[in-house]
Design a protein around this ligand. Structure first.
Ligand SMILES: *Cc1c(COP(=O)(O)O)cnc(C)c1O
Length: 383
């Protein structure tokens, strides 16, 4: 098994710290960050805030903590509700922390395939000034949208959303509705749109950014927003167990991620499109992609054969069957190829690209995909 070449496309979380990150980590000047005395953390927070055009930043151990802190600060009053997409990471994959840790009710808006939701529905769902109802305190947008396949939520949508939420008379009494962006992959959105992240996040009160996804740092997220917002989040981070000490060791990798990896995200998108195009051009009746929807580093592969599930497809990509090496599905040393993918649901497998997936790895993945899909097409030819 260990002799095979492995192309791991399950998620961009499996990305590895670069040589430069390891070097900067080794030489990082550190202090006790709970006392605010770690210069490397302070630099990462200030640099990230500046890039986003916000007043302040806060280094946190995970994107989940960043999102939870944003919910806790924006929804500090008891009896409040936050509106999130029904396919959002916050709703699906953060254990409902908003309710079980923050005491905030989440209400969902149906996500469209492009990661947006209906603004008319939002308008209807914002609560009235009525003591029977919870107070609408927050609306969250995910950028890019993970489960929707790395979709870039368009600027026009963000602008309309802002106009709606900021309209006088919208919301409960004088309570202002906050906007938070789960920007785990917001740098991917910026690369795809060709605009700066500060434009994308201009009207948002807070943004949570992951350093350990496509940005390839080992650990961490940064939350940005106003000074008052970050000061509250800083306080609450301690209660959540996120007060870390000489954590400049980790922040150092984040600084390198911003300098070294962010400018290269467009390459990941090109390679993702290349992979998509190859699958599309196979014109397989069993496995396909919707080329139009491939925008960033996430590719949804659709299983159109009813006798096959995405999980079976992923499992098959992860093994080398007899005859495969003989058929030439090998790396340059003649070893078999393993492609690790994940199944989003029964119909869609998901592959995700990142810094370490270079042109050579993409070629290996293409070889394997062509072969496996070719086998399916022999078994289930077009009717
Ligand atoms: C990964 C991710 C997060 C944060 O996840 P952690 O594993 O807690 O860092 C948040 N939102 C989205 C959309 C993500 O993909």
């Amino acid at each position: 098994m260990s002799t095979h070449s492995i192309v791991d496309l399950r998620s961009d979380t499996v990305s590895q710290p670069t040589e430069k990150m390891r070097a900067r980590m080794a030489s990082a000047v550190v202090g006790d960050d709970v006392y605010g005395e770690d210069p490397t953390v302070n630099e990462l927070e200030a640099r990230t805030a500046a890039i986003f055009g916000k007043e302040a930043g806060l280094f946190v151990p995970s994107g989940t903590m960043g999102n939870l802190l944003a919910i806790m600060v924006h929804c500090h009053r008891r009896g409040t509700e936050a509106l999130v997409g029904d396919l959002s990471h916050i709703f699906l994959y953060e254990q409902g922390g908003a309710s079980h840790l923050a005491g905030v009710q989440l209400a969902t808006l149906k996500n469209e395939q492009d990661g947006t939701f209906s603004l008319q529905e939002l308008r209807r769902r914002i609560r009235h000034d009525d003591c029977h109802e919870p107070i609408t305190s927050l609306v969250v947008v995910e950028q890019t949208h993970n489960i929707c396949g790395g979709k870039v939520v368009p600027l026009a949508f963000l602008d309309e959303l802002t106009t709606l939420v900021r309209q006088p008379g919208v919301g409960t009494g004088t309570a202002r509705i906050a906007l938070h962006m789960d920007g785990a992959r917001v740098f991917n959105a910026a690369a795809a749109l060709g605009v700066g992240v500060e434009r994308i996040c201009r009207d948002f009160d807070s943004v949570s950014i992951c350093l350990s996804k496509g940005l390839s740092a080992p650990v961490g997220s940064v939350l940005v927003g106003s000074k008052a917002f970050i000061s509250e989040a800083h306080r609450l981070r301690k209660a959540l167990g996120g007060g870390m000490r000489q954590v400049g060791i980790l922040a150092a990798a984040g600084l390198v991620a911003l300098e070294e990896v962010v400018p290269l995200l467009g390459k990941d998108h090109e390679r993702t499109k290349k992979l998509a195009k190859v699958i599309f051009e196979l014109k397989s009746p069993n496995v396909t992609v919707d080329l139009e929807t491939v925008q960033t580093n996430i590719l949804l592969v659709e299983i159109t054969q009813p006798k096959l599930t995405a999980s079976e497809f992923s499992t098959r990509l992860g093994i080398v069957e007899s005859g495969e090496v003989e058929a030439g599905v090998t790396d340059k040393n003649g070893a078999g190829i393993v492609v690790k993918a994940s199944a989003r649901d029964w119909a869609f497998a998901r592959v995700v690209l990142y810094h370490q997936v270079d042109d050579e790895q993409v070629e290996l993945a293409i070889r394997k995909l062509k072969y496996v899909i070719g086998q399916y097409d022999l078994r289930w030819p077009r009717a």
